[in-house]
Ligand binder design. Structure first.
Ligand code: ATP
Ligand code: MG
Length: 275
């Protein structure tokens, strides 16, 4: 792949700084992109073919691993990103892990137990649809464990991710940021369309009442665990076309930087006779 064909160097996310204020951050912004929606969609397709080519190498190389953590408020677009960004990629090398309410057996163990079992193997991309971050988000907002207990978890999470990176896993964490009005529109759309009723969860309405508490929890989780080796990318996600373009951009950059290579032949092809 030539240098020219790699995605631009422009930042297509919101930088994580102490001033981060998710309550006022513009979820309709399109950092790093200027132009029409149609052109974003075209670029996304070009990026997709790059991701497909890079992932083929990653899988063949079977040495490096990529973990993509996806977090968002309900209706924030995690499912859409997984469907759109990873379509076309060889399913053999990609695995999605969903983290729902912990089962009795999961609750009987520490909160990282179920997570560690889902990390990517050599050559694999694992996508976490929700993750260990729920243990400092939904758990914090709903007081599912005492404050002193979830407070300690930032330290565990930093250590856990540090260990994964030290042992050869690349870690990127993506927060899809929608605003409260956009969530209202998306929930209403689920109510209005019979084919989407199955996606409507009354629990979302309840959690929505705690919007500000969630924003504070996301802010602290991001600030506490944003590290050069395991960075957070905050993507304004009200516009789905921008969201897909930005996530695709980040993934192509990330895998390009991993620079996976097809393994060298272990035989001299000219010396092999197939009869
Ligand atoms: P969709 O957006 O399509 O509805 P979803 O990610 O909300 O998908 P669901 O199965 O509806 O998936 O919900 C999963 C639920 O599990 C979320 O409400 C989430 O907060 C909750 N959950 C995940 N991890 C934990 C955890 N560790 N403790 C408590 N609740 C959790
Ligand atoms: Mg849900």
């Amino acid at each position: 792949m030539t240098r020219e064909s790699l995605p631009g160097r422009r930042r297509c996310w919101v930088d994580v700084t102490e001033n981060l204020d998710l309550g006022t951050l513009d979820a309709g912004a399109t950092p790093g992109f200027r132009g029409e929606e149609a052109s974003a969609r075209e670029q996304t397709e070009v990026l997709r073919s790059q991701l497909v080519a890079l992932q083929a190498r990653l899988y063949a190389e079977s040495r490096q691993r990529l973990l993509v953590v996806l977090q968002a408020m309900d209706t924030g677009g995690k499912d859409g990103v997984i469907r759109k960004v990873f379509s076309g990629v060889n399913p053999q090398g990609v695995r999605v892990a969903r983290f729902e309410r912990p089962s009795v057996s999961e609750l009987a163990r520490d909160y990282l137990w179920r997570v560690h079992g889902q990390v990517p193997a050599a050559g694999e991309i694992a996508i976490f649809n929700r993750s260990h971050y729920e243990d400092v988000l939904v758990v914090r907002v709903n007081s599912l464990v005492p404050r002193a207990q979830w407070k300690r978890r930032y330290r565990h999470i930093r250590g856990f991710e540090r260990m994964l990176v030290d042992e050869g896993t690349t870690v990127v964490k993506i927060f899809l940021h929608i605003d409260r009005d956009e969530q209202a529109r998306r929930l209403q759309a689920r109510l209005d369309d019979p084919d989407r009723h199955w996606k409507f969860d009354p629990h979302d309405i309840e959690q929505r009442r705690h919007w500000d508490a969630y924003m504070a929890a996301f802010r602290e989780a991001i600030l506490q665990t944003h590290r050069p080796q395991a960075p957070w990318f905050i993507i304004p996600a009200n516009h789905k076309w921008y969201r897909d373009w930005a996530v695709m951009n980040i993934l192509v950059r990330t895998v390009a930087r991993m620079n996976p290579q097809f393994p060298a032949a272990t035989i001299d092809p000219a010396s092999v006779r197939i009869d």
